[in-house]
Ligand binder design. Structure first.
Ligand code: PEP
Ligand code: MN
Length: 339
């Protein structure tokens, strides 16, 4: 339910309504607007009619139901776009389009530092690299885990780039959160609800990738799991979905960017690397994503792609990433954004 307060409702009245929402077993999510405050009352769907009685309280204008099932991720409660700040000057959802770049896996201290220096020189805003790798085969490299996180932290130390890295299991959330500036939930874990609840307990940005075969609706419901725990810093990431097409690894669903702009206030990043699976396609798709209104990009870049331990075929060599960034700057300018 949305409790719409009267314009000019007193702070005390807003407090009293929130206390009553809590007493009824719901969680209040106040949104303080310029004109008026609205309070989302979020919780068990059963018995929500009891909230209707709040209409009689002082300062309340009306109580209206939230129709969409993604109550906090949707636009009914919050219309303005969410700004997710990672560090000074790195914000998702604003006029700038942050670019997350780096290798699929952290392989060595030398490799991740070389990648960090290269992507920074080309203008990337954040560094990526996996220390926990969700691999199709159990015999493939699984990641250096905490050692990898330390290598990422050293690369951040040297370049100043904030780091984005994946957390695959609940038991590692605390450890990964100690190193990461943004925790990534991978496509394969998009519906690992216990993991979503665990990152929901953090007060740190989470990059939620779309599952390989999940609808936008399911993706928003997964975001809702994180938001419902009180962590409002969620960035969505479209990374391609399974279709019948075999010429690309997955099919990049750019319509998701456009749909999400209408359905959610959360920023959307596009990862053309995992969608294409082939480096030759990455630049075109990245430009299209920015033109479509993406709030950021995630690009796999490796100092020597032919030697990469994972996803080499889709990784850009540094000089190709420089080219991509030039194009991204031009397209961003054409659509009123900047990198
Ligand atoms: C990755 O970012 O390296 C990754 C494994 O991505 P996804 O979960 O989208 O496959
Ligand atoms: Mn990868």
């Amino acid at each position: 339910m949305i409790i719409v307060m009267q314009a000019g409702a007193a702070a005390r009245e807003i407090e009293e309504v929130q206390a009553e929402i809590r007493r009824l077993g719901y969680t209040p999510h106040p949104i303080y607007g310029v004109e008026r405050t609205v309070i989302g009352a979020i919780g068990d769907e059963r018995g929500k009619t009891r909230l209707q009685a709040l209409e009689a309280m002082a300062g309340v204008e009306r109580v209206i139901p939230i129709l969409k099932p993604y109550k906090l991720a949707g636009m009914e409660l919050r219309r303005e776009k969410s700004l997710i700040a990672v560090s000074a000057g790195v914000v998702f959802g604003g006029p700038k389009v942050p670019v997350i770049a780096g290798p699929c896996s952290v392989e060595s201290a030398e490799q991740i530092c070389a990648a960090a220096r290269a992507v920074k020189a080309a203008g990337a805003t954040l560094l990526r690299g996996g220390a926990y790798k969700p691999r199709t085969s159990p015999y493939s490299f699984q990641g250096w885990e905490e050692e990898g996180l330390k290598m990422l932290a050293a690369a951040r130390e040297e370049t100043g780039l904030p780091i984005v890295t994946e957390v695959m299991r609940e038991s590692a959330v605390e450890l990964v959160a100690r190193y990461a500036d943004i925790l990534q939930i991978g496509a394969r874990n998009m519906q690992n609800f216990d993991l979503l609840k665990a990152v929901g307990q953090l007060r740190k940005p989470v990059l939620l990738k779309r599952g390989l075969a999940n609808t936008i609706h399911e993706w928003l419901m997964s975001a809702e799991y994180i938001l419902a725990q009180g962590n409002m810093q969620v960035v969505l990431c479209e990374r391609g979905i399974r279709t019948f097409e075999t010429m690309t690894r997955h099919t990049l669903d750019l319509s998701a960017v456009s749909v999400l702009k209408r359905e959610s206030h959360l920023p959307v990043v596009v990862d053309p690397s995992h969608a294409a699976g082939r480096w030759e396609l990455v630049e075109d798709l990245a430009l299209a994503a920015v033109a479509a209104g993406a709030d950021g990009l995630m690009i796999e870049v490796h100092p020597r792609p032919q030697e990469a331990w994972s996803d080499g075929a889709q990784s850009l060599a540094p000089e190709r990433f420089v080219r991509l960034m030039d194009g991204v700057r031009r397209v961003a300018a054409a659509v009123g954004r900047e990198v």
